[in-house]
Structure formats: structure tokens, C-alpha cells
Design a protein. Structure first.
Length: 282
């Protein structure tokens, strides 16, 4: 029988793993409650089937125990190095933001003027999510030889920076379920950067690439799917920008849940009251 490859096993949300053990515990308690009601309604069914009762009870105990132990251990592991996890996530957020904002600027869709802050970030995010507009601007960008080379160099620098970030945090983050999935999602972004850049490394090598052995420049993309068309380059560049923007938002929200602002505020020194700040009367 042929094996069906369904790709990476991922949840719909970073937080889905939090519900898994709780669902197991809840179902186990429901089974226990149902067994008690059944016993009362059937006039001692469980007492007349001692072996079956013992097996069911053992399964319930094992399920509840495993769920509780797994939940406690996972929570303790997350809390033990939560500040480090938040710091790592901010590093991933910064890299993802560099990707989509860099592409947005080269496509000529960055917010006008020197506007910064939350408003500019929200406007940029909305632009990235506007697929028809982004695709049209990306197509025009790739049609320009100078900007096409700029995109090529941007892909190379972003991929190199992503490798550095991944090397710093991968070993730590994969020790926890949700953080391992976050890393895997960001690795998808870096992989897309590599595939897209490798196509231009093969078809339009930069001067510094010409010294490499010619066969070493063959892209995994062209090796897999054959000659790559402009539409493939455009669509994948749009997908890279949108994936980066989505990862940035999701990772930032998760980072702020791990260690909320209130905790950071509590670490600040107490400020003197208004009365204490007044100079003493002579």
C-alpha cells in the first residue's frame, strides 16, 4: 500500500496543545460519571462484573494520571524558562518582520513618510494581507532588473540571518511542545527563502556566485519541479511575505502571553509618591 505523505503534523493554533491533556482528563471524568450513573440505573451492573469493572477503572486511573502528570510537567517546564522563551520568540518576531517589511519596501508598498509605531505596522500588515495588490506590485518589482537583484540579495541576507537565529534557539525551543511547533513554522519561512533565492542563484547568479562550481548552483526547486516560471517566483514571494507577517503576529501574541507586561512592570523599582517627591519645608 502506498504511503500518503501529509506533510508536517501541526495544530491549527499554537495553543491547541494546551487543551490536549485537559480533554483527556475531562473525558475520563465523564466516563467515570457515566459508569456511576449506569451502575445506579442497572442495579449493580459493575458489582456483578468485577473483572470488567477493574479493567475500566484501571484505564480511567491511568488516563487521568497521565493527563495530570503531563500537564504539570509541561507547565513547570514552560514556566521554568519562560523569560528565555519570550526573548527567543522576540528574536523570531524580529526576523519575520524583517522579511515582510523588506519585501514591502522593495515592492513600493511601505507606508508613506517617516511614520512608525503601531499604526504603521498595522497598515503594513493589512497591505501584506491584500493578496491581489501585493501580487501585482511583486510582479512589477520582478520585472525591473535592478529591483530583482535587490530582492535576490535581500533573500540571501535574510536567509543567513534566519540561520543564525535558528542556530541560537532551536536546541532550546524544541524541548517544549508548543515552542517546537513555533520553531518548525519559522523554519518553513527560512526554507521558502532558501528555495526562492536558490532559483535565482541558478538562473541569475550574482557576481560572487560565479566562482562556485556550476553544478553546485542547481536549485532544489528546479531539480524537483523543472524550469521555474515567473509566476512561480511571484506567487512564492507573495507567500513568503504573508507567511512572515502571520508568523510575526502569532509569535508576538504568544510571547506576550508567556510573560505578560504586568510581570515586567512588577520588576521595576517602586516610584515615590507625589508627597514624597515634594521638597521638605525649611
Amino acid at each position: 500500500m502506498a504511503r500518503h505523505n501529509v506533510g508536517p503534523r501541526r495544530t491549527d493554533s499554537y495553543r491547541t496543545y494546551l487543551l490536549a491533556t485537559r480533554i483527556i482528563a475531562g473525558l475520563s471524568l465523564l466516563v467515570l460519571a457515566g459508569a456511576i450513573v449506569w451502575d445506579l440505573a442497572t442495579d449493580g451492573f459493575w458489582s456483578r462484573h468485577a473483572l470488567f469493572t477493574s479493567l475500566i477503572a484501571s484505564m480511567i486511573v491511568v488516563a487521568v494520571t497521565a493527563a495530570v502528570v503531563n500537564e504539570v510537567l509541561e507547565r513547570r517546564q514552560r514556566e521554568r524558562w519562560s523569560v528565555l522563551a519570550q526573548y527567543a520568540l522576540f528574536d523570531f518576531v524580529r526576523t519575520a518582520r524583517l522579511v515582510w517589511s523588506g519585501l514591502l519596501e522593495l515592492a513600493g508598498l511601505a507606508p508613506d513618510g517617516e511614520m512608525l509605531g503601531a499604526e504603521a505596522l498595522a497598515l503594513g500588515s493589512a497591505t501584506v494581507q491584500d493578496t491581489p495588490r501585493l501580487a501585482a506590485a511583486t510582479g512589477q518589482m520582478l520585472a525591473n532588473a535592478e529591483r530583482r537583484e535587490q530582492v535576490h540579495r535581500l533573500m540571501i541576507s535574510l536567509n543567513a540571518y534566519g540561520q543564525q537565529v535558528l542556530g541560537r534557539w532551536a536546541d532550546v525551543m524544541v524541548n517544549s511542545g508548543t515552542y517546537a511547533e513555533v520553531v518548525d513554522r519559522h523554519v518553513e519561512l527560512y526554507s521558502r527563502l532558501y528555495w526562492w533565492g536558490s532559483v535565482l542563484d541558478e538562473t541569475e547568479p550574482l557576481d560572487e556566485h560565479l566562482s562556485r562550481p556550476r553544478l553546485s548552483r542547481i536549485s532544489p526547486a528546479t531539480q524537483t519541479v523543472g524550469p521555474v516560471e515567473e509566476e512561480w517566483l511571484r506567487d512564492n514571494l507573495v507567500a513568503i511575505a504573508q507567511l512572515a507577517e502571520s508568523l510575526e503576529r502569532g509569535s508576538f501574541e504568544l510571547a506576550m502571553e508567556i510573560v505578560p507586561l504586568d510581570w515586567w512592570a512588577s520588576r521595576l523599582p517602586d516610584r515615590p509618591s507625589a508627597a514624597e517627591e515634594l521638597p521638605a519645608e525649611v
